[in-house]
Design a protein around this ligand. Structure first.
Ligand code: SAH
Length: 514
């Protein structure tokens, strides 16, 4: 195989990043945008010893799973990886990816996995599901402001105000902002020179409440108090002497236009004068309306500010966390730990049915949000700790042991929802020490899930149930939730014997009968 060679390949499989995989004379090629079942012509771009990469040039025979992409930028844009694969097949791909990792890395047999795992849970509508979007602003060749998405791995902006994963109102807002910027000569930020004003526009939409938030990330440190005009309902852009502060020239006109959009609830600016890839500034100020929008996941209410974390697909999140709650099987008295709790979404879900829930999260701001969310929902049986799960829980365990030498810190249920790197071994050890009856593992990376489940199953736990839930249609990302139960607890109740002993007795009985 040579670089630049043109080959014809039948795509037989798909890699973890959604790329098509085919073989030419036993040599494996990865081909982006080719889908399973295609026969394609591709140009080899990179040759390694055992595998290589090729660029899709021409589809010779389209796969029966291939569909017309909804967005014409599907291939260029980094947001979607598998938009040209039918949604049904996407779901199958995700289920196989998870079970494949559990088999390969976790060492669980396919038969066993088939028996414990239910079918994948997909979306009813796999487009328009994202409640949050951050659009970068730039300047086109004619010197006009543009917004859209970054092409591939570059920071070149391709104009598109109509992302198929976002809500339709994004487009209305962005077109309004662009027209305003053109008319009043408001500049976009330029990463190379560090000049220009508008860096990003963040839009958030409450699916349940239909409330809209717009936040302008601007390249400045503070407002200009020399020539401002009042914005109706302004909260923070007024200084002590009563002057109006300007973040964006003619912002009162921009605001006036934006508030015509039904549902507009919060208009803010977030100052970010640093030359960095970090999108949001460290703080925000209200230009108009409230500092937050409200939304619901299930019966739990959330206040979402420009800087808060919030699940981007609340519809599927409700299904995923609903399963976590079902697996936790709470009766009302249990002590539950929710590790990696974020803004407390799972904790608050569980608290509705548990005795006491303890949440642990590393980001202090998220914990503040979690506490506030507990408060606005009138939930009192939760307590949140800021810190690393792998430090907070072991410390708690050791401290408890010291104070109660005869006992150990028992938990009835432990829930974990770690980032992609999974759980720290120190944490897994303490979890086992606490001997919970059930562990509910929510995972966004099935490879680390498999590794951690292998550990837990080696320490007396067994997988009882699992489901794959698609939160991110058109992308390769997928969530999994698993229920593990404590084998010791089980055998204690049912048998009080270990199985070897049991079989010995059976054998003896058989022998006696003979
Ligand atoms: N269930 C949460 C989201 C979990 S995402 C919710 O719905 O809000 C994973 C979370 O783990 C993130 O909030 C991240 O900040 C946090 N995190 C990352 N490393 C951590 C660690 N070592 N200890 C505790 N939390 C951590």
């Amino acid at each position: 195989m040579q670089k630049n060679e043109l080959v014809t390949v039948a795509i037989q499989d798909m890699g973890v990043n959604g790329e098509g995989i085919g073989r030419v004379n036993g040599y494996t090629l990865f081909i982006k945008d080719a889908v399973i079942g295609d026969v394609v012509e591709a140009k080899v771009t990179k040759v390694k010893k055992n595998y290589g990469y090729a660029r899709l040039m021409n589809i010779v025979t389209p796969s029966k799973h291939r569909v017309e992409p909804v967005c014409k930028f599907a291939r260029k844009c980094g947001g979607c990886q598998i938009q040209e694969l039918s949604y049904e097949k996407q779901l199958e791909f995700k289920q196989n990816k998870v079970l494949g990792n559990l088999e390969r890395i976790g060492g669980f047999s396919p038969e066993f996995l088939k028996a414990v795992f239910g079918g994948v849970i997909g979306m009813e509508k796999p487009f328009g599901y994202r409640n949050k979007a951050q659009f970068p602003f730039g300047t086109d060749k004619e010197g006009q402001p543009v917004t859209g998405f970054y092409a591939g791995r570059t920071h070149d902006i391709i104009a598109n105000t109509d992302c198929a994963l976002g809500v339709p109102v994004n487009r209305e807002i962005l077109e309004l902002v662009l027209a305003f910027m053109k008319k009043y000569h408001v500049s976009s930020y330029d990463e190379k020179t560090g000049e220009g004003l508008i860096r990003h526009v963040l839009i958030r939409y409450g699916f349940t409440t239909k409330e809209i938030m717009v936040c302008f990330v601007v390249n400045r440190e503070k407002a200009d108090f020399t020539n401002g005009k009042p914005v109706s309902n302004t909260k923070s852009a007024v200084n002590e002497s009563g002057s109006y502060g300007v973040w964006i020239p003619h912002q009162e006109i921009l605001v006036e236009r934006l508030v015509q959009i039904p549902g507009m609830t919060s208009i803010t600016v977030s100052p970010n004068p640093r030359q960095t890839n970090v999108i949001m500034g460290e703080r925000y100020e209200v230009l108009w309306g409230q500092p937050f929008i409200t939304d619901y996941i299930g019966a739990v209410k959330y206040q979402i500010s420009p800087l808060s974390f919030y699940q981007v697909n609340p519809v599927q999140t409700e299904k995923l966390y609903g399963l976590a709650l079902e697996y936790a099987d709470l009766k009302g008295q249990e002590t539950v730990w929710d590790l990696y709790c974020g803004i407390g979404t799972i904790s608050l879900f569980l608290a509705q049915k548990a005795g006491m829930v303890y949440g642990v999260e590393i980001v202090p701001q998220a914990v503040e949000d979690a506490r506030q969310n507990a408060e606005i929902n009138g939930i009192e049986n939760v307590e949140f700790y800021v810190g690393k799960a792998e430090e907070v829980l072991p410390d708690y365990y050791k401290k408890y042991e010291k104070e109660h030498p005869e006992e150990y810190a028992h938990a009835d249920v432990i829930v974990v929802d770690p980032p992609r790197k999974g759980c720290d071994t120190e944490l897994l050890k303490t979890m086992v020490d606490m001997q919970p009856e059930r562990i509910v593992y929510v995972s966004c990376d099935s490879a680390t899930l498999a590794r951690d489940l292998k550990y837990l199953c080696g320490e007396g736990y067994e997988i009882k149930k699992g489901r794959v839930v698609d939160q991110f249609g058109m992308s390769v990302h997928v969530e999994t939730v698993c229920l593990l139960s404590n084998r010791k607890a089980d055998s204690h109740i049912k048998l009080s014997l270990d199985m070897d002993e049991y079989y010995d007795i059976m054998d003896k009985e058989k022998a006696e009968k003979k």
